[in-house]
Design a protein around this ligand. Structure first.
Ligand SMILES: C[S@@+](CC[C@H](N)C(=O)[O-])C[C@H]1O[C@@H](n2cnc3c(N)ncnc32)[C@H](O)[C@@H]1O
Ligand SMILES: Nc1nc2[nH]cc(C(=O)O)c2c(=O)[nH]1
Ligand code: SF4
Ligand SMILES: [Mg+2]
Length: 260
């Protein structure tokens, strides 16, 4: 069931209050798709703010732990996207873009304008929308903000995060409804048993075909230096299991700079 915009844990949304006619946008920029099957494709990114999870490693801190944004109406967003004349791909991401009702209208408008749309989602929410590629990144136990890992230090989100992070029904509806990729963030070898169990569960629950080539392993790392610690192991695990490896091209090129 969709979580509506007024229940999105947009808790620290500075001076703005929820606005039913607009989307909270953290950043909108032109770059290369850095991850997944379409890695390398010039794309405009629309990053909505607000998330129903709190991964300790979130590389978009100002959409989850401390949401920061301007409220933009859909016309304004589409107009700003269209200024990037070279791009015919749009990536709608966040935060969690599918917590917002208005994301459906944005995706409709982007389809009308003949853009290819990728939606980057944590897989906890299903919506019927004009999505060309559902890029689903289910969150493993390695994402839980335990007191030791919590960027804010107190672990107050750990239980809520753990309870919410896997919604098998939403994942299955997404893979049944859209072209999809399943993209797992890998921190250590221990993550693999959880990934293979989850893939088995998804394959056992839905009739949709999940090829090994639809499963991507992505090294955990918001910075170049952290990626150096995780990417070799992630590549080896992809080879061992017959899954795909995805780089994080933008991090390799631009490190953790905003709007990349
Ligand atoms: C910021 S999230 C936004 C979309 C959605 N909330 C999600 O998690 O899929 C975009 C992508 O970045 C990944 N990601 C976030 N922080 C990361 C990190 N430190 N290392 C690797 N991938 C990360 C997520 O798993 C997801 O695939
Ligand atoms: N270049 C680039 N590619 C990306 N692919 C998915 C991203 C995301 O944050 O969802 C992302 C991002 O933040 N930058
Ligand atoms: S689900 Fe996505 S946006 Fe939300 S905290 Fe995790 S990585 Fe960040
Ligand atoms: Mg990113």
């Amino acid at each position: 069931m969709p979580v509506s915009s007024d229940n999105t844990d947009l808790t620290n949304a500075s001076s703005h209050s929820a606005n039913e006619d607009a989307l909270p946008v953290n950043e909108l920029f032109y770059s290369l798709q850095g991850e997944g099957k379409l890695a390398g494709t010039p794309s405009v990114f629309v990053r909505t703010s607000g998330c129903n999870l709190r991964c300790w490693f979130c590389d978009s801190y100002h959409t989850s732990w401390e949401p920061t944004h301007a409220w933009l109406d859909v016309n304004t967003i589409v107009e700003r996207v269209s200024r990037n004349e070279e791009a015919d791909h749009v990536v709608v991401t966040g935060g969690e873009p599918l917590i917002h009702n208005k994301t459906v209208e944005l995706l409709d408008r982007l389809r009308d304008a003949e853009y290819h749309t990728t939606v980057e989602t944590n897989g906890t929410i299903y919506r019927d929308a004009a999505i060309d590629l559902a890029s689903i990144s289910p969150k493993l136990s390695n994402s839980t903000p335990t007191p030791r890992k919590d960027p804010k230090g107190n672990g107050s989100w750990a239980d809520r995060h753990d309870d919410r992070r896997i919604d098998m029904e939403s994942i299955c509806r997404l893979v049944e409804s859209y072209q999809a990729q399943l993209k797992f963030v890998v921190s250590s070898r221990d993550d693999m048993s959880e990934i293979t169990r989850l893939i088995d569960d998804i394959r056992g629950t839905t009739a949709a075909k999940i090829r090994d080539s639809d499963v991507l392993l992505m090294p955990e790392g918001a910075t170049k230096s952290r990626l150096q610690e995780t990417r070799k192991l992630t590549a080896e695990l992809a080879m061992e299991h017959g899954f795909r490896y995805t780089p994080r091209i933008h991090v390799d090129i631009w490190n953790d700079a905003p709007e990349t």
